[in-house]
Design a binder for this molecule. Sequence first.
Ligand SMILES: Cc1cc2nc3c(=O)[nH]c(=O)nc-3n(C[C@H](O)[C@H](O)[C@H](O)COP(=O)(O)OP(=O)(O)OC[C@H]3O[C@@H](n4cnc5c(N)ncnc54)[C@H](O)[C@@H]3O)c2cc1C
Length: 438
Amino acid sequence: MSAPLTTTDAVRSAVRAFIEAEYDEGRALTDWLNVLVDSGWAVPTWPTEWFGHGLAPDLAASAYEEFAAVGAPGPPSGLAVMLAAPTIIAHGTEEQKQRFVRPVLVGDEAWCQLFSEPAAGSDLAGLKTRAELDGDEYVINGQKVWTSGAHYADFGMLLARTDVDAPKHRGITYFALPMAQPGIEVRPLRQMTGDALFAEVFMTDVRVPAANIIGELNGGWGVGNTTLSNERVGLGAGSSLSFPVATPGGRRLATQREGSIAELKARVRGVVSPRPTSAGGAAMIGAGAGPLIKLASDTGRGDEPAVRQQLARLHALNQLNRWNGLRGRAAIKAGGRPGPEASLGKLMTSHISRAWRDTAATIAGPQSLLAGGDGLLNGTVEIQMLAAPGPSIYGGSDQVQRNIIGERVLGLPREPDVSKNVPFRELTVGTQSKESTS
Ligand SMILES: Cc1cc2nc3c(=O)[nH]c(=O)nc-3n(C[C@H](O)[C@H](O)[C@H](O)COP(=O)(O)OP(=O)(O)OC[C@H]3O[C@@H](n4cnc5c(N)ncnc54)[C@H](O)[C@@H]3O)c2cc1C
């Protein structure tokens, strides 16, 4: 019988034995993913009944190191695994968990997050998208914006207003919205990096079964907060708790899951050339100071005190954030939900993103503006010059994180909100008038 997974040694030897028995780069990728998910190693911190081993984050980190040693691909890295599945595990019915969790881990279904609206970003509870009951379905009308990966998603984590007579936080419901249906129009938005990784989503008479409500009717604010807390943990922790290669998820990317593990890895390496996307820039946050230490050394600037100080600061910030991320995941494991350290990590990630950009600019000077194949680190430096502000906005802006830290960590008085107890239909939200909510 194998040893209980309570020590680093036990975890490492269990993972090594699993790799020895199952990992073969000639193996079909989908076959590997299924075995990985069933083994509990795809998401080792998740509960044992939902494809995990219930491991503490420090033990899980050892497992990931073993997979990194062989470069093994893991489940998709997108919002389905980071946000949708943990939210459904926390709030969904047994039937919903059975239906939705496994398909995201094996890559069959991708999700997007339909939260933000043109007049509801930081003030998310002001959202206006409406859901009205028609038989055993709800009919959705409204617009979302900045929806990352909407064009690849099979389902959307949709927050919609189901009661305009209730105060704004109490009339919202959380739905699992099927994206492939008439009435959903996804219009990509181009970022200043040149990529279009997010989109506007227009919904006109779109339908969703009442059975797809996650949590309670009008209880969507609490469910949405589980998603947001997981987002702060996921974005704030960098890449310390993940596989070295993520599998492309969703039906639209099904062809990218065809073939062997080796073919996927070759494709992933190919994507980095000739120009990485801003997602590649964001990945630099998790990559830490390593690539820049090499860049300083390659360009002969590794002995300069100013460069060394910036590199040391970047390394220290990364290490601190990694430990904070482990602390955040330990809080999830202990209490079932992320604690306020998640906001510290999210805020730190914004700092690290800017520190990475500034350190790269110090080392490379004007060359940091060269793009694509001409650029440094295969163009990633230039991408990060443009992508660095992103983390200060997505997943809740820096200012909003500071509000959360002030209120929930430091115990400062809550931010006043005069609209909190007023029926939503009486509020002026964006361009909303009384007519538009009636
Ligand atoms: C790359 C990227 C990807 C994204 N992906 C998604 C996604 O997949 N799904 C999704 O739903 N959304 C997504 N977003 C949207 C993101 O969550 C919002 O942009 C963010 O919450 C801010 O909302 P806003 O843009 O409406 O700005 P606003 O809320 O209008 O804020 C404007 C400014 O006012 C400040 N501010 C607002 N309220 C307060 C306050 N109470 N106290 C102090 N300062 C305040 C903000 O910090 C900000 O500086 C994404 C954004 C980006 C940049």
